[in-house]
Design a protein around this ligand. Structure first.
Ligand SMILES: Cc1ncc(COP(=O)(O)O)c(C=O)c1O
Length: 311
């Protein structure tokens, strides 16, 4: 989808104009994929706006950088403040926030350690991510998710998304909204940019971190909400065919939010409609992010926006 620009981008501690946020073609990241990033949503509230689970996202960014031995000059608190600063300066909400840290310009060669680390934070309007009204029609990808001893799945690294691109392009070309990848052992893993949940016999199942998934912050939120609603929750490895015989299935993610799956490999999931457990979790999630129910977990960081521009 086309990128809608805003005015400011935060770069290494200060705001710069959107159009000045450029890098050299010989920057390390361009050649070797050396970036880590985040995706965060800022939701419109009845009064003002709130950024969803900002400290958790910033901590994951720091963890991703740590895995790749990329020193970040900022603490979680400083990064939180930087996100608030750029969102407030741009005055656009609801929006998507994209912090990114990468190895910049200086050295050539695979070893990144002497290339400078640059941090940028942008925000922009972004609406629905997984296409399809009335649920997503998805396929099992012919591509596997990252093998655990190759690319670390717990790092949200730019390079991981070459694998995601293969999954997403294949799905798109074959007429599906999204692809679900298996891990290298043939167990269900996740979508190209979403965690996966299945409901069967009243129990909620999701794939554990050992099946090469990103430790999704929406995934964690859904697990918290499910426990609060008294829904039994199990994290376990699952075979592909469970998706064909489950009662309900859905994706979670910052971009995808809570998106129910209508079919998998053209086999209807349940009756194809959003089932009762997915509906309850969908409602619990959106009630919090839209400010319709008290934010009892302190998941929202308030931001003051001059004007609210809808997507
Ligand atoms: C591969 C992958 N899995 C899962 C997720 C969901 O993570 P989160 O809920 O933190 O956005 C994402 C989105 O960032 C993703 O890219």
């Amino acid at each position: 989808m086309p990128l809608e620009t805003t005015t400011n981008i935060w770069h290494n501690g200060r705001l710069i104009p959107w159009e000045k946020a450029n890098i050299h073609v010989m920057s390390h990241v361009i050649h070797y994929g050396s970036s880590v990033f985040e995706g965060i949503r800022c939701y419109k509230q009845p009064e003002g706006a709130g950024i969803f689970r900002l400290p958790e996202h910033m901590q994951r960014l720091i963890n991703s950088a740590k895995i790749y031995r990329m020193p970040l000059a900022y603490t979680v608190d400083q990064l939180n403040d930087a996100v608030v600063e750029v969102v407030e300066a741009n005055g656009v909400t609801p929006c998507y926030v994209r912090p990114i840290a990468f190895r910049g310009y200086g050295e050539i060669g695979v070893n990144p350690l002497k290339s400078p680390v640059e941090v940028y934070i942008a925000n922009f309007p972004w609406g629905k991510y997984v296409p399809g009204d009335g649920g997503a029609d998805v396929c099992i990808s012919s591509w596997n998710r990252l093998a655990p001893n190759t690319m670390p799945s717990l790092a949200k690294a730019g390079a991981n998304y070459m694998n995601s691109q293969l999954i997403r392009m294949e799905a798109d070309i074959n007429g599906y909204s999204e692809g679900i990848a298996l891990d290298v052992n043939g167990y269900l893993s996740e979508g190209s940019g979403e965690n996966l949940f299945i409901v069967r016999g009243g129990t909620l199942y999701t794939t554990p971190l050992a099946n090469s998934v990103l430790n999704g912050i929406t995934r964690d939120s859904i697990l918290v909400l499910a426990r609060q609603l008294g829904i039994p929750v199990v994290e376990q490895a699952m075979p592909r065919e469970l998706l064909y015989i489950c009662d309900e299935a859905f994706f979670t993610g910052t971009a995808a939010e809570v998106t129910h799956l209508r079919s998998v490999d053209r086999i209807l999931v349940g009756d194809g409609k959003m089932g009762p457990i997915t509906s309850a979790l969908h409602k619990a999630f959106f009630d919090i992010v839209n400010g319709l129910t008290p934010d009892r977990y302190n998941w929202l960081t308030p931001v003051k926006v001059r004007e609210a521009v809808g997507v």
